[in-house]
Design a protein around this ligand. Structure first.
Ligand code: ME8
Length: 517
């Protein structure tokens, strides 16, 4: 039986158009999901949209349409982005769906029944942009008297009747949980931040609001809607069938293996969420990975600065797989990163067009011309042949080890080291010279190259699925022989198998003259 693996993206607010940051998290999850599928897991991959709360209500009002019509429209943009990025999600959840409202209300009742929620009054600061409450001590005051949260969001004073979740009672149990599950929060630097936040002492958390109506109704309390984060986090349960804890999908996939988030929303996922779950006596997810923040040519990406990077523009300008590769390769996953078009162009040309593209192109065109367009015959292997094949065979273990801790950039490093070795092998073995002196040896060299490319293409599929499928087509690898079980068979390519005419897969990127100043 296949082992289950459940991975989620954050559900994105529908107040805005999707940008590169949303694309980034979804792509990272897609690489994980594709890798796990090829590695024999039964994968559930959930993404979707977060549609309630004051921020969305305000955006709908500003657009002059009712919130449901507004969210229907904007949610669709996120659904389309997922498709455009070739993201292989299993489901797309919207928090305005009935299945989700039910899940929230059942969880609420569960918490209430257990005495974890009580009615009180909230008087304090709230940042609509973050949909978050802040303590006075966390804020700075501008010369004009505005209160600003550490995220830069402006806060407003709120006083309203509110239900509270007894978060203050969960500090010690959370600390014990982090201690017993050292990999629950990655990267480790962020884990330390969370631990010190919890150690500093936590106030009870306001979990309902009366100042707005656009939210999930609190059961039996017509004036209250749920705090949008309690509603939003619950999507991860809804997606696998909660409140039906006997549902096949719930039993199979819960608790989630990985919640992938940006560092901005780690506190919600690594503190509030496990506290809610423990309080409802539900199992806690295995990991929250908080990745870093993209800036644009050194500047924070924001609508007001007008430097938002449109993912569609990237796909159009540079290509889908090129964009996927660049985003996963450029920044050590977990760190902040700066988006620069110059670097993107350099990586496309040197790492994709030159290193990988040329390796495949020159090997396959030599095979096409000199081996009758068939998988070459293969004689006895020399030490050099065994060395290269050995490195290719070691890749699965290395890449798996890196992806186990979401080190996408390091996985790519391993792959590109072997691409470099393979290119050196071509130069050293010089099959074009062997053509005149020893055609049997030339065929063996080309066979070793074809096998190495097969290994590489199979392993690079999660990052660049379309391009690698083309590469595997060119090696005539059958569609059902592209998963990782076919990396343990040493020499899968069968000499004599006819091959299609090779075609370049990664064109060089040439900057339009209008941009090259
Ligand atoms: O926070 N760099 O939704 P959101 C990298 N609805 N990643 C970025 C980014 C950037 N510049 N900008 C955004 C919410 N992201 C809530 C989540 S989950 C139960 C509810 C990514 O639309 C990153 O993953 O503000 C970040 O955490 C997320 O988008 C925030 O999306």
């Amino acid at each position: 039986m296949e082992k289950p693996y459940y991975i989620t993206t954050p559900i994105y607010y529908v107040n805005d158009v999707p940008h590169i940051g949303h694309a980034y998290t979804s792509l990272a999850c897609d690489v994980m999901a594709r890798f796990k599928r090829l590695d024999g897991y039964d994968v559930m991959f959930l993404t979707g949209t977060d549609e309630h709360g004051q921020k969305v209500e305000k955006s709908a009002a500003a657009a002059g349409i009712d919130p449901q019509a507004f969210t229907d429209k904007v949610s669709q943009n996120f659904r389309e982005l997922v498709k455009a990025l070739n993201v292989s999600n299993s489901d797309f959840i919207r928090t305005t769906e009935q299945r989700h409202k039910e899940a929230c209300q059942v969880l609420w009742n569960e918490l209430l029944k257990r005495g974890e929620i009580y009615l009180g009054k909230y008087a304090g600061w709230y940042a609509v942009r973050d949909e978050a409450y802040y303590g006075e001590d966390e804020l700075t005051t501008t010369p004009t008297g505005k209160k600003i949260a550490p995220s830069g969001a402006e806060c407003e004073w709120v006083e309203e009747p509110s239900y509270f979740f007894k978060l203050s009672a969960w500090g010690d149990r959370l600390l014990k949980f982090y201690d017993e599950h050292p990999d629950f929060i990655l990267p480790t630097s962020r884990r330390n931040e969370v631990i010190s936040f919890v150690k500093s002492g936590m106030r009870d958390l306001s979990v309902s609001r009366t100042a707005l109506t656009w939210g999930v109704a609190v059961p039996n309390e017509p004036k209250h809607v749920m705090y949008v984060w309690l509603d939003a986090l619950t999507n991860y349960l809804t997606g696998v069938g909660y409140p039906d804890t006997n549902a096949e999908s719930y039993k199979k996939y819960w608790p989630a293996d990985l919640h992938m988030v940006g560092k901005d929303i780690l506190r919600f996922h690594a503190v509030y969420w496990p506290a809610f779950l423990m309080a409802a006596d539900l199992p806690v997810p295995k990991r929250v990975f908080a990745h870093g923040w993209w800036t644009n040519e050194g500047q924070k990406i924001s609508k007001s600065v007008g430097n938002v990077i449109d993912p569609y523009e990237l796909l159009k300008t540079y290509g889908l797989d090129q964009t996927r590769y660049f985003l996963m390769r450029e920044v050590p996953f977990g760190n902040d990163g700066d988006f620069s078009r110059t670097t993107m162009m350099r990586r496309i040309n040197s790492e994709l067009a030159n290193d990988l593209g040329n390796l495949a192109q020159r090997s396959l065109s030599m095979i096409g011309k000199n081996c009758g367009a068939k998988v070459p015959n293969c004689g006895a292997f020399t030490d050099a042949d065994n060395a290269l094949l050995g490195k290719a065979q070691a890749l699965l273990g290395q890449v798996r080890g890196e992806l186990d801790v979401q080190a996408f950039h390091k996985a790519l490093d391993h792959l590109w080291l072997v691409i470099g070795d393979a290119n050196r092998y071509v130069d050293e073995q010089a099959p074009w010279a062997l053509k005149k002196t020893d055609t049997a040896r030339m065929e063996t060299v080309l066979y070793v190259l074809a096998e190495t490319i097969r290994y590489l293409a199979i392993l690079i599929q999660p990052f660049m699925p379309n391009a690698m499928n083309k590469m595997l087509d060119q090696l005539a690898v059958p569609a059902d022989e592209r998963d990782f079980t076919h990396l343990t068979k040493e020499y899968a390519l069968k000499p004599g198998t006819p091959l299609p005419a090779p075609e370049g897969i990664f064109p060089r990127y040439v900057e339009p003259e209008s941009l090259a100043t």
